[in-house]
Design a protein around this ligand. Sequence first.
Ligand code: MN
Length: 338
Amino acid sequence: MSALGVFSIGDGPRRVGVKVGKEVAEAGMVSTLLEGGSLSQLLEAGPDAWGEVLANVDRALPDLPRVPMTEVTMHLPCPIGDYVDFYSSLYHATRVGRIFRPEGDPLPSSWRHLPIGYHGRAGTIVVDGTPVKRPHGQRGPGDYGPSQRLDFELEIGFLTGTGPGLGEPIPVTDAERYIFGLVLVNDWSARDIQAFEYQPLGPFLGKSFATTISPWVVPLADLEVQRIEPPVQEPTPLPHLTPAGRGLDIALEVLVNDTVVTRSNTSFLYWTMAQQLAHATSNGATIRAGDLFASGTISGPTDDSLGCMLEMGGSYLEDGDEVVLRSELLGSCAGVIS
Ligand code: MN
């Protein structure tokens, strides 16, 4: 496992490192693609280079200089290009549908036909540990003020390499070749602002104020053991979204002020990453190196596997609360509300 990230020490320059337990190994000297204090060059180089560089990192690892994790500051792994957030947990979409639209079918009519998503705000994606300011917004007609219903969303996301040209969709069977690695994603959500604004164009200011990601990017190639069959999809999606490809079995949890409030798993996702990427480019839209595609809130079937407070039906986040998304495989992603 060679999770890659970007760190600095004191006022020093940003450098690419590999996570080794509670230490960071400096990886910049392994390849010119890891110089420059960002994963951008590596992401641009594509899957053949990824395999070669990761193998070289593994080989060189015993000899690389290391620093304790406590001495480094972590940064975003690269400038994030375009950011998309999906809505791919059937359990989450069903519960949220019941809350927002108590009458009729809780699932939007297109939900089982394509992975619904929206384009988010890349410029407000921040790294683990960045404080999150409670957003202000319109909570209803004539009612502007600080959000009273500030929530987290437990998600994962993948960072991509460079896609084919404009007008060239990525085939679903080829899609994983464009996925470098995974991070945890907390899609902070102001439910009162979101509820007032979301029709008909979807989330806007209710989510764009901040999105936190974990600092260590775990290469998809290192997650072979976690790959599983996708859920049964009924009706069968159209040919450009089949075969579905493989799912992931990664355990996740959320802590609020050091107390575990939920345990979930990426196996609860209905749509696979390959389908998400194939769908997102099926109209000919391009992807660039460093684009981030997030899963949507990962909720399971039971009351102890809910991926956000909206579904829990109780209180929301208070000033001073710390939310930590945690996964043995993907690391952690924290933020304190102020
Ligand atoms: Mn979300």
